[in-house]
Each structure stands twice: as C-alpha cells, then as structure tokens.
Design a binder for this molecule. Structure first.
Ligand SMILES: *Cc1c(COP(=O)(O)O)cnc(C)c1O
Ligand SMILES: [Zn+2]
Length: 411
C-alpha cells in the first residue's frame, strides 16, 4: 500500500466494541464480529477548500478514505447532483419548504456510483485483480461501469428475477454478469463465500464494505453545502441495507464537529416498501432486533430481507425523533407518477418508495410540514419502466384529423 493511500483515515474501528485494526480488506471485528468502520484524524477543513474542489464527490476527498491524488486515476466522477426546490410536490403535499436531492443523474443513474467510486479506490490500493459485488441491480450497474473505466476485471452477481433493464445496464459494461437463482440475500451469502475462497477479489459491499459505505457520506455533505452550509430540519431516506441512511447521518455529525455547519437538531426518517420492511416492522413494534424477511415487492433495489445496518437505522431514527415507515407497491407506483407530474423527475421504485413514505408521514402527522425537508431520489425510472407501464400511457389514440382531436376532450 502506498503512503497516504487512504488519505486521513487512520484505522478500521469496530462499531460495536471500538476495537481497532489496521486499514486493510477487512469488514468484521476480530474480537466481536461487529462491523468495522473507517476512523479518521481529520485536519482543519474549510468551506473554501471544499468549494474550490471539483464538481463531484472528490471535493470532499479530505473526509473520505482515498488518496489525495484520487482524481488522477480513471473513475466515474460521480456526485454533485442537483438539489431541486420542489415547489409543486411541496404544494401538493402541503409541505412549505421541500427539496429533492436527485441522485438519478449520476453516471449510471443511481446513488451507487458514489459508494463504488470509494470502493474502487480501496480495491486499487489493495492491488485487487477482480472488482465484484452481489447486487439488487443498481450496484451491479455501477460496479460494471466503474471497472470498465478503470480497466479492472469485473464480476457482478444478481438475483435472476431482476428487472431486464437493470440486467442490460450491467451486461453492457461487463462480460461477467452472473444471474443467481435466489433472492438478494442468497446472492449476498454466495458472495461472502467466494470472497473467503478467492484471492484478490474486492467485493465492494462485502470485504471492502467499510470503504464503500463511506461514499454515501457525500450525499449528506452535498445536501448541507447546497443548502448554503446548513442542515435541513427533516430528511427522508430509503433503506435497503441501511448503509446510506447511517452514513448521511454520520456526514451531518462530521460537518458539525468540523465546524462546517451550525449544530442543530434534525430528524431522520427511513423509507421501506411493505413487501420488504423488516426495519419499519421493528420500529413500529418498538424492538431493537430485526427479524429477517423474504422480500416480495416491486421495489427490488430496496429488497434486502436481512439488512446489515438495520439496527443502526433504528437507533438513528429514534434518537433524532424521526421514524421508519413503509408503503404498499400500489402507493409506490402512485408516488412515481406523482413525482414525475409535479417535478419532472422520473424515479425508479426506490424513489417512489421514498416519496410515497414522505406523503404518508405528512398525512399521519409524523413529519412537520412547516419545517425544511429533504427527500432523496436515489435512482432512475427508466430502469424500472414496468412498474408504471401499466398505469400510464396514451390518453387517446386518434386518427390524424382536427375533428378527431377535439373529440378527445384533452383540452
Ligand atoms: C442500494 C440502493 C439504496 C439504498 O441502499 P442501502 O443499502 O440502504 O445503502 C437506495 N436506493 C437505490 C436506488 C439503491 O440502489
Ligand atoms: Zn468489536
């Protein structure tokens, strides 16, 4: 490993017992098997230094486990996506001050390009020869594309029943897409087994997961910077493994402790689809343990039945005064159309889940409509066309005559 290969990161620290190990391709604590997280010794970082950086996640490189020359290695340059003021959606839902963080405009059209860019940097420093992942779809797209651009062999594993557009979106970048007969949790187990057997494989969300997960912090940094170096009052985030939600919270905490934003309370809300809602079920039952489920929902990118960071999501949502909520597949479809018709943003089923949960939270009074609120759109609707193909379409099919048009009563 090169000197400074991981920037200001100093070690891997256990989230459960605090035990530290040297930076390496490890993810489980040797003492208690708890998850390892990156520990840092941050220098003083100023807003001006960050603002002078590139318009992608590397503007925050001082806060990530990456080398200071990270921009020089070919990568997808994800991030710095739009934060849009959602006037129409806000008015429809009765929320005064609503923003959409639109991560569907990342290079492979989901937030996964952020985490994969950090995992790729780690894989390079470890000298890995294969860049791999088990995926619910978007991760496979991001790994396959990033590996192609970096010139490193990729192998991506997906459940065989995945939406066809997501399969094509991976296969176009790699000749090693492996469809596994099973659900995501089966694919994930297989990946852990391969990671244990094969030398030199970097599974982005398995053995380099601590590095991968840090990439999600950039969503939190960007939201704060784009609000004018402020934290929102409320934020709604989708939950699959729970990594993104915990890291956005970590990002906000780091910005506070670095003095880059003012300390203030904010509430974090988690969003799941009812057909795969183990975290929401535990939240509502008031228990700490998550009971794994067998996913059955159209929100396939969120369909993780045994979420690795689920318990931390519960802690954060409870501590901040937020909550975890879930909605039906019908509500997911309706929310996709709602976001498209109010803001011109076509989201995939994960974004439908998040926007639909936002709506439910306002209606139930769990979310305060007078406070500044951010909702994250993590993926693109073109990857899950089938979800709404049956609900939208031509309002009329007519002959090419003005008389025929007037009979449609469209205007
Ligand atoms: C992976 C994914 C998420 C959330 O992932 P976590 O495992 O909870 O970090 C959210 N939205 C989309 C579209 C995804 O692909
Ligand atoms: Zn431990």
């Amino acid at each position: 490993m090169r000197h400074g290969a991981f920037g200001n990161a100093t070690a891997l620290a256990c989230r459960e017992c605090g035990h530290q190990v040297a930076l390496g391709p490890h993810y489980a604590c040797p003492e208690c098997f708890g998850p390892l997280e990156i520990a840092y010794d941050f220098p003083a970082v100023t807003r001006a230094e960050i603002e002078a950086g590139p318009r992608n996640i590397w503007r925050y490189k001082a806060l990530l486990p990456v080398p200071s020359d990270i921009e020089e290695s070919p990568n997808m340059e994800p991030g710095f996506t739009r934060l849009l003021k959602a006037h129409n959606l806000g008015a429809t839902l009765g929320i005064d001050n609503l923003w959409v963080k639109d991560d569907s405009t990342n290079p492979t059209n989901s937030f996964k390009d952020r985490v994969v860019a950090c995992a790729l940097s780690a894989a390079r420093e470890f000298g890995s020869t294969v860049f791999a992942c088990p995926s619910t779809g978007n991760l496979a797209n991001a790994v396959a594309a990033a590996g192609a651009r970096a010139g490193i062999k990729t192998v991506v594993f997906i459940p065989s029943d995945l939406e066809q557009p997501k399969q094509v979106n991976s296969a176009v970048y790699t000749d090693s897409l492996v469809a596994v007969n099973g659900n995501y949790d089966d694919v994930n187990r297989l990946a852990s087994e391969i990671a244990g057997e094969e030398e030199g494989w970097a599974f982005v969300n398995v053995n380099v997961r601590p590095y991968y997960a840090e990439g999600s912090k950039t969503l939190g940094y960007e939201i704060a910077e784009q609000l004018g170096w402020r934290l929102p009052d409320q934020i709604v985030i989708p939950v699959a493994s729970g990594s993104q939600l915990t890291k956005v919270h970590k990002a906000f905490q780091e910005l506070i402790s670095l003095g880059l934003v003012e300390d203030k309370p904010y509430k974090v809300y988690g969003a799941q689809a009812t057909g795969c809602s183990p975290v929401s079920v535990a939240y509502k039952a008031g228990v700490d343990a998550i009971r794994p489920v067998k996913p059955a929902t159209i929100a396939k990118s969120l369909a993780i039945g045994n979420p690795a960071d689920g318990v931390y999501v519960l802690d954060i949502c409870r501590e901040t005064g937020g909550s975890v909520e879930d909605i039906t597949d019908e509500e997911v479809r309706a929310a996709i159309v709602l976001l498209a018709r109010t803001e011109g943003i076509f989201t995939e089923t994960a974004g439908g889940t998040t926007v639909g949960v936002l709506k439910k939270l306002v209606e139930s009074g769990a979310l305060d409509p007078t406070l500044e609120t951010v909702v994250i759109n993590t993926g693109h609707g073109l990857k899950t066309l089938d979800a709404v193909a049956g609900s939208v379409g031509p309002a009329a099919t007519i002959d090419p005559s003005y008389a025929a048009f007037t009979r449609t009563e469209i205007v």
